[in-house]
Every structure is written in C-alpha cells, then in structure tokens.
Design a protein. Structure first.
Length: 447
C-alpha cells in the first residue's frame, strides 16, 4: 500500500471513527458520572451500582450485539447503491430490536431477585436491587436508539449520534446532581436518583435519534423503513443470523467480566468498589475502541459490496494500526495514573490501593482488547460471526474465568488473580480474531 493510499485510508477511517468514539465515550460517561457522583456517598453505594450494572450491562450488551446486524448489511447495500434494500433492513431491524428490548426487560425483572443469592455483602444487595429495577426500564429506549444509530452508521453517517449522545449525557449529569443529592427542592434519592436520571436521559436519546432519521433530508429516500408492512421471513432470518451470534459474542465477553464482579464481591465491598473503578476506566478505552471497530464494519461492508478486496484489506489494516496506537496511549495513562485516576471516584485509601494494582493489569491488556474488538467489527463487515462467537466462548468461559478463579482464590491472589485470568482470555481472543480476518480476506483475494 502506497503512502498516499495509507494517508487516504487513515483520513477516511478517522472521520468515520471519531464521532463513534466520542459517542461511545458519551455512553460510558453516563456510567462514569453515576459512579463518580454515587462514589461520593461511600463505598457501599458504589459497590451497589457496580453489582446492579453487571446484570444490566450483560443484558444490554446482548441487545446491542443483536442491533449490530444492521450496519454491515446496510453498508453492503449502500456499496451496491440499493436504497430499497437498506430501507427493508431498517424496517425489519425496528421490529427485531423492540421485541429484543421487551424480552430482555422481562428477563431482568424476573431474575433480579437472584442478586440476593450470589453471596454478595447484604448492604450492597439492598441498594443494588431497587437501582436495577429502575435502570431496567431503559433497555427498550436504548435499543430503539441503537436501531437508528446502526442504520445511520451503515450509511457512513456517524456524527449525529455523537451529538445526540453528548446532549443526553448533559441531561443525565444535571439530573444526577438534582436527584442524587436533593437539589432544586427535590428529595435526595441517592443511588436511586442516579437510576432515575439515567432512565430519563435514555428516553430523550431514543426519541431524538428516531426523529433525526425520520425527518433528516439525507434519509428521506429510506422513509419506507418506517412503514409497518411487507415483512419478510428471509430478511428476518438473515438479520438474526448475524445479530444473534453477535449478541452472544457480547454476552460471553461482558458476562465474563460480570462473573469477575461476582467473584470479587466475595472479597468484600472495598475490593468490589475498586474493581468498579478499574473496570469503569478500562471500559472507557474499550468503548472508544469500538468506534474504530464500527469504522471497520462500515469500511469492510462497503468494500465487500463493491467487491474490492484489496481496498478492504488496506482499510482494515490501517484501522489495526490506529487501534494499537490508541490503546497503547490508554495503557500508558492507566499505569502512570493508577493512583491519580481512582481518586476521582472515591476518597478511600484501601479502595484506591486495590484499584491502582488492577489498573496496571488493565494497562497490560489494552492492546489485546483493542485488537479483538477491531477484529470483531471487521469480521462482522464480512458477515462472519459464528466461529468468532465460539472462540469468544472458549477464551472467556473455558480459559479466562477458571484461570482467574484459580489464581484469585486457590492461590490467594484476590482481585489481581481474577484480572490476570481476564488478561489471558483477551490476549487469546485478539490473536485468533486477527488471524481469522487475515486468513478469510487472503482467500477472497485468491478467488
């Protein structure tokens, strides 16, 4: 690839990725704002938020994975210049994602009493369950937002979602201040206030994004995507064939981190609060890396539609270089700021000490995390999801969690041992996914 082509891919990738990165950062800032503002109430409310968010985010990430089917299909149709096909995918995606949101809502409502039977500190569980009951209501609006966001991304429009996310987050922070601490005449609801704030801001998020797609001049040719008619079983099957495995990919990864929270909860509220801080910071870099992953899905899907495999590979490998550079910077920040960063969340020396150790481990797995999420995005662009889903399951549930449990509890390494297990799982996934993308696209070159 010539220097000129490299520069062109770098620019195109950057302008696609940076709005998604900022948008994902905005999503994470909802959790960060909740954690920072709730952390001022003490270690137990912060641990309660952590425990509830485990259940919520595992469930939500499955729904987000299902919604990911929209982007590669629309990107490929856009590459073909087929407007009607893109509108068909939008119409079917609305149905799939609303039903998914309602089903996930019901599952969480039915199963959330199980938190009381996970050997977690009782005072933490008492706060976690009511908070979870509130934020669960935001599953449906979040998946409605995701439907329209993924559709827009498939058409290479990534900026508006960024603006909408930032706007709704400002609403969330303002409502947090009012409802957590009891300002402007409202009662102080504490952790529950953070839940109400998140729910309201997410309703605004969904409505704003839907209106943008419906009324946006750029999207007027796709207005048929809003009609309630002409549903097709083959289209539903095609979208679910991509979305369900992608959802399980998310479940296997996020679920592994969720199980890590449960294990660390056995060590007490301070260890759990420290884990919440470290994982919250690591999740910021991960979610920003998903912006580059989204760009990979778009670029790969477009070039697949155009049947231009050399450009497809060039665009993807440029993105690999970008994600390694970005995550390398994040790793450095985590290691250098391992004491400074946790102090933003809580004033508790014991919690900060544990969190600082976990941030060193987080620093070590940054590049692996970036490569694996970039690879998953690129493979989705190729509509390759089944084998990556199986590998994700093996890496996290067959290897990472048993290793983490053994190191943490058999060898008494505590939270550090659990995190070393996660480091091993992430590294295995990263190596396999990169190898698979390279293998599949090389085969395409030779056919």
């Amino acid at each position: 690839m010539s220097t000129q082509n490299y520069t062109e891919h770098l620019k195109k990738n950057f302008f696609l990725a940076y709005p998604v990165m900022l948008s994902q950062l905005g999503h994470m800032m909802v959790g960060v704002a909740d954690s920072v503002m709730v952390g001022r109430l003490g270690a137990v409310p912060l641990a309660g938020a952590s425990l509830a968010n485990v259940i919520f985010h595992i469930t939500l990430m499955f729904g987000i994975g299902v919604s990911y089917a929209v982007t590669p299909l629309v990107a490929a149709a856009d590459g073909e210049g087929n407007v009607n096909k893109s509108a068909d995918f939008l119409r079917h995606a609305i149905v799939i994602n609303v039903i998914t949101g309602l089903l996930l809502f019901a599952i969480v409502k039915i199963t959330n009493p199980a938190l009381a039977h996970m050997d977690q500190p009782e005072d933490v569980v008492i706060l976690a369950i009511p908070y979870l009951n509130i934020i669960t209501f935001s599953l449906v609006p979040l998946l409605i937002f995701q439907t329209f966001r993924q559709f827009a991304e498939g058409l290479s429009d990534t900026k508006q979602a960024m603006i909408i996310v930032i706007g709704s987050n400002l609403v969330n922070v303002a409502l947090n201040y009012v409802l957590i601490y009891g300002k402007l005449g409202f009662d102080a609801y504490g952790l529950l206030g953070a839940g109400y704030a998140s729910f309201i801001s997410r309703i605004i998020l969904a409505i704003w994004m839907a209106l943008y797609i419906y009324y946006g001049k750029r999207f007027s040719p796709y207005r048929l995507g809003f009609t309630i008619a002409n549903y097709s079983k083959p289209i539903f099957s095609k979208m679910l064939g991509i979305g369900l495995p992608a959802g399980f990919q998310m479940i296997f990864e996020v679920g592994a981190f969720g199980c890590a929270v449960i294990m660390i909860g056995w060590l007490g509220a301070e260890a759990l609060a420290a884990h919440q801080i470290a994982i919250n910071l690591a999740a910021i870099s991960y979610m920003m890396a998903t912006g580059l992953s989204a760009a990979a899905t778009i670029r790969v899907g477009n070039q697949l539609g155009l049947k231009d495999i050399p450009t497809l590979r060039a665009a993807a490998f440029t993105l690999y270089g970008m994600v390694v550079l970005f995550m390398g910077v994040c790793a450095t920040l985590f290691i250098v700021g391992r004491y400074f960063l946790p102090a933003f969340y809580i004033e508790n020396d014991a919690v900060i000490e544990i969190a600082s150790t976990l941030l060193i481990i987080a620093g070590f797995f940054q590049i692996s995390d970036g490569v694996q999420v970039l690879s998953l995005g690129a493979l989705r662009g190729l509509e390759d999801v089944k084998i990556p889903t199986l590998m994700t399951f093996i890496a996290y549930w067959v290897l990472a969690l048993p290793i983490g449990y053994t190191l943490g509890f058999v060898y008494d390494m505590g939270a550090e041992g659990v995190w070393y297990g996660l480091l091993i799982g992430l590294t295995i996934v990263a190596i396999f996914m990169f190898w698979r993308f390279n293998l599949l696209t090389k085969r395409m070159l030779n056919t």
